[in-house]
Design a protein around this ligand. Structure first.
Ligand code: AMP
Ligand code: MG
Length: 323
């Protein structure tokens, strides 16, 4: 069904990635948010492979990536005025917009919805790849469904390695959080998923936005994806005390300072200086690192609810929910 060779190539050869994609294969691609698992968005078979490789349910729609605002017209019906303003300001960048879908996009990509999620990723290799292709790329995050998103080519290789022929290596992701997803209803801008572009930045351009309280970003089944971005180990939100007696088996993800109750070797600090961008960049990599340590549980600190702290807290709370 999908590529099942023993060797996955990790490299920086755009031409090679292009050939695999033109053949209908799926390829790992770097973006500034997280790594994507990309396939030809116009090709149902390639899109089917994406869902299979990720083990992703088909009711969870994919984001379609292109390289310029002009090329959006290949797969959206029209761009509302506020969307254009935001596109001009934040694309390429960590912003995804839900726009009226053009028939060129198969229903499988959008899970039957009449909007398509579109993004222009801000990564030089992937932009060059997109420019060289005659089709846009459907690409969800390149992790098995439900697990922590990958922020390096090695993360992708570790989890999807044998299933895909090629991973384009663009180094570690500079933003490290998935894109912020917004939609438009009448004159209103609605945030469906908090992400790498702070809501405050969007509001500077279009004024007050509405934040969808489910923020599950799945309009058909809000809340169904609450348990997401999860490590294998139990992850708990730190509420002022560690309940477990054996403190040596507890990992800790802190914002700025070590927790004096716990051994330092089991702790990771997101940003000593309290920089939200730095914290976002390392969040997933540190969750993975803690997941691999010799500990039983991971406690995490929530950040102040502002700037990228809001998106980081969203991921931590979802990771903490156990089904
Ligand atoms: P991922 O690419 O893995 O970060 O996931 C993309 C997210 O975008 C999913 O959670 C989808 O539910 C959401 N999404 C994609 N297309 C749409 C759409 N047309 N309407 C609402 N949400 C969407
Ligand atoms: Mg994802």
């Amino acid at each position: 069904m999908y590529f099942c060779g023993l060797m996955t190539i990790i490299g920086t050869d755009i031409q090679q990635a292009k050939i695999f994609l033109e053949q209908g294969n799926v390829v790992g691609i770097p973006t500034e948010t997280v790594y994507g698992l990309a396939g030809n968005a116009f090709d149902i078979e390639a899109v089917t492979k994406i869902f299979e490789v990720k083990n992703r349910p088909t009711f969870d729609p994919l984001i379609v990536h292109t390289d310029s605002i002009e090329r959006l017209s290949e797969f959206v019906q029209f761009i509302p005025e506020k969307a254009l303003l935001l596109a001009q300001k934040f694309m390429p960048g960590p912003l995804t917009m839900l726009l009226p879908k053009h028939p060129s996009i198969p229903d499988l990509v959008t899970s039957g919805l009449d909007t398509v999620a579109v993004r222009i990723p801000n990564h030089p290799l992937t932009l060059e790849l997109l420019r060289s292709l005659a089709f846009p790329l459907a690409a969800p995050s390149a992790n098995p469904f439900g697990y922590i998103s990958p922020t390096s080519a090695q993360h992708v290789a570790k989890q999807l390695g044998e299933k895909i022929p090629y991973i384009l290596d663009g180094g570690e992701c500079q933003i490290g959080l998935e894109s912020t997803i917004i939609g438009f209803e009448n004159e209103e801008v609605i945030v469906y998923r908090k992400g790498g572009l702070a809501i405050e930045e969007i509001e500077k351009v279009v004024g007050k936005v509405r934040v969808n309280s489910h923020s599950s970003s799945n309009p058909k089944a809000p809340g169904m994806l609450k348990s997401h971005y999860s490590p294998r180990k139990d992850l708990l939100i730190f509420r002022g005390e560690i309940l477990e007696e054996n403190k040596n088996k507890i990992g800790y993800l802190a914002f700025q300072k070590y927790n004096p109750e716990l051994p330092r070797e089991n702790q990771l600090i997101l940003s000593e200086s309290g920089d939200y961008k730095e914290a976002a960049k390392y969040l997933f990599a540190y969750m993975r690192q803690l997941d691999g340590m010799d500990i039983d549980k991971i406690y995490v600190e929530l950040l102040p609810e502002k700037d990228l702290g809001r998106a980081i807290n969203d991921r931590l709370k979802r990771a903490a929910v156990k089904a």
